[in-house]
Design a protein. Structure first.
Length: 276
């Protein structure tokens, strides 16, 4: 169950093997805090999953993956076990939750579903909510097994310019991709990688329901951009978050795992000297 509906979650929310993660994260220039908003309102039984905390602190770039050991320990500290069905959601409908879905896949755990429409749809339907710090569960020993085949590095991206082994799909806005809008992170120029294709993440989402578009519509969208779904694809964005939205859209259409350039434009621009 790659996606679950709000009604499915309402009916199954009392299942003791379901763990619900609020994965809300906002752009650095938004002035919003996912954690503070979680304490104001969240789906009953939820745990707050802090994407910034679940990132490598010793990296120069945002949202780089943790070591397998650190991820395992931190997930275990939340009380999540390898017997749980994890439901991830965020407060924008679909934005940051797919990043956490992909992270669990990277660490070898696939019993993870995205709540389609997220908190936006849940609130619109006037379903039950809670406030406060969230549910506390007993610590577990969460086991991981990294799937490094779905991760791309800066060196992989550099090599691809020479050998063109895969298409790069960029989830940022058209303005950031074309270099006409500023990046939200200071000192970085906007622009794009050589031969990359722009598919803004929000174009995969229904603007009314905040759910993913249906499989057929998503497939048409990919093909309209001449994206070859039967060829290797790698998804990128600003810091590896919204790349996972279009990566999930690709997964909905093809059933294949999404490959993500973890450093994305934040790493690429800095290492390529694209500074203001």
């Amino acid at each position: 169950m790659a996606l679950v509906s709000t009604e499915w979650l309402r009916k199954n929310i009392i299942n003791k093997n379901i763990k619900i993660l609020d994965c809300s994260w906002h752009m650095p220039n938004s002035g919003r805090s996912g954690k503070l908003e979680f304490e104001t309102v969240h789906i009953p039984g939820s745990i707050f999953f802090d994407i910034d905390e679940f990132s490598e602190k010793n990296s120069d770039f945002p949202h780089m993956l943790l070591s397998s050991e650190n991820f395992s320990e931190m997930v275990g500290n939340l009380g999540i076990s390898n017997q749980d069905h994890i439901i991830v959601y965020d407060s924008l409908g679909i934005f940051s939750a797919p990043r956490v879905w992909w992270m669990f896949h990277y660490y070898g755990y696939k019993e993870v579903s995205i709540l389609d429409g997220g908190l936006v749809k849940w609130l619109k339907e006037k379903k039950e909510t809670e406030s406060g710090k969230g549910r506390k569960y007993s610590k577990t020993n969460f086991k991981t097994l990294e799937n490094k085949s779905i991760l791309k590095t800066y060196d992989d991206m550099k090599q691809n310019i020479l050998n063109n082994n895969f298409q790069v799909i960029d989830a940022r806005s058209k303005g950031r991709f074309s270099g006409t809008e500023p990046e939200p992170r200071k000192n970085l120029k906007s622009g794009s990688m050589h031969n990359s294709i722009n598919l803004p993440w929000n174009e995969c989402i229904d603007p009314e329901t905040k759910c993913f578009l249906d499989k057929q519509t998503l497939e048409k969208k990919f093909k309209s951009l001449k994206i070859k779904l039967d060829q290797p694809l790698v998804f990128s964005c600003g810091s590896g978050v919204s790349a996972c939205v279009i990566g999930k859209a690709f997964n909905i259409v093809t059933g294949h795992e999404a490959k993500i350039y973890d450093g994305s434009w934040s790493e690429w621009a800095l290492k390529e000297g694209l500074l203001i």
